[in-house]
Design a binder for this molecule. Structure first.
Ligand code: NAD
Length: 279
């Protein structure tokens, strides 16, 4: 199968890596060669780590690397059987991309988005092939996390869904299906919890450290909610809360004013060097 991946960032590089290890021929695209180089360097490093831990044979690493081709041209995806999009979380840019891909990719090709929160059905309409469109939501870091949340758009066909379930399984993942409503399942449940934890900080209920410890020791969460929000990025958390609030129209999804203020102040978590904790 010709497996296309668009976007060579954190998620796209991870998806390309896992697809190549699974034996697919991968074509990876970004907008500039330097982003592709960065993505490929990340893939090489990640594969080397797997070899070091005896989770991958050195020959399998070389074979996987040889299966990944890179390009900056969208026209090169004309022969793709499946294209998974993992570009930045911006609805306008994703809509434009899928409108183009819908015209370029051969008629039998399936298009998928790794979006965390943008409606799959809306992206599907833009692609002009809504039955062959689906959400394929990998978790970060892709090589380590086993879940793929498979989101059926309003018009996604059974054939498309089955292809994605099979593909995810070949990639060594566990695929779980849901329907296209704001935040899907993962973020619909996770984000309000993180938002509530931030609200607790704002109200002085407890310190970030205490909140994290209570949830780790008391609920058996591997990571506390404040640490997790910093890891995901507070801007991303805010964007997803806005999607839930607008899409579901219920004030229970209102973003915490503290979350909003921290994003306004450029405190985005791990990626900016400071969020609730310093990095
Ligand atoms: N980071 C996470 O934890 C996570 C988890 C699940 C899903 N997601 C989703 O995955 C997607 C990608 O997130 P990320 O964290 O990898 O972002 P990222 O910023 O690391 O990577 C995005 C990449 O897309 C490239 N890009 C932008 N426009 C492009 C275009 N038109 N064509 C090709 N490449 C383009 C950028 O140059 C960049 O390299 C987003 O939709 C995000 O919501 C992220």
């Amino acid at each position: 199968m010709n497996f296309g991946v668009i976007g060579a960032g954190q998620m796209g590089a991870g998806i390309a890596q896992v697809a190549a290890v699974a034996g697919f021929d991968v074509l990876l695209r970004d907008v500039e060669q330097r982003f592709l180089d960065r993505g490929m360097a990340g893939i090489e490093k990640s594969l080397a780590k797997l070899v070091e831990k005896n989770k991958l044979e050195p020959s399998a690493k070389e074979a996987a690397l040889a299966r990944i081709k890179t390009t900056i041209s969208l026209e090169d995806f004309s022969d793709s059987d499946l294209v998974v999009e993992a570009i930045l979380e911006d609805k306008k840019i994703k809509l434009e991309l899928f409108a183009s891909l819908g015209k370029i990719v051969k008629p039998s090709g399936v298009l998928a988005s790794n979006t965390s929160s943008i409606p799959i059905t809306e992206l599907a309409t833009a692609s002009g092939r809504p039955e062959q469109f689906i959400g394929m939501h990998f978790m970060n870091p892709v090589p380590l996390m086993t879940l793929v949340e498979v989101i059926r758009g309003y018009l996604t066909s059974d054939t498309t869904t089955n292809l994605i379930l099979e593909t995810a399984e070949k990639m060594g993942k566990t695929a779980v299906q849901c329907n296209d409503y704001p935040g899907f399942v993962s973020n619909r449940i996770l984000m309000p919890m993180l938002n509530e934890a931030i609200q607790c900080v704002m109200e002085g209920v407890a310190t970030p450290q205490a909140i994290d410890q209570i949830m780790k020791l008391g609920m058996n969460h591997p990571m506390g909610p404040i640490t997790l929000a910093d890891f995901i990025g507070l801007d991303t958390c805010l964007a997803i809360m806005e999607v839930l609030h607008q899409g579901l129209g219920d004030d229970k999804y209102r973003a915490s004013p503290l979350l909003r203020k921290m994003v306004q102040g450029g405190l985005l978590g791990r990626k900016s060097g400071q969020g609730f904790y310093k990095y």
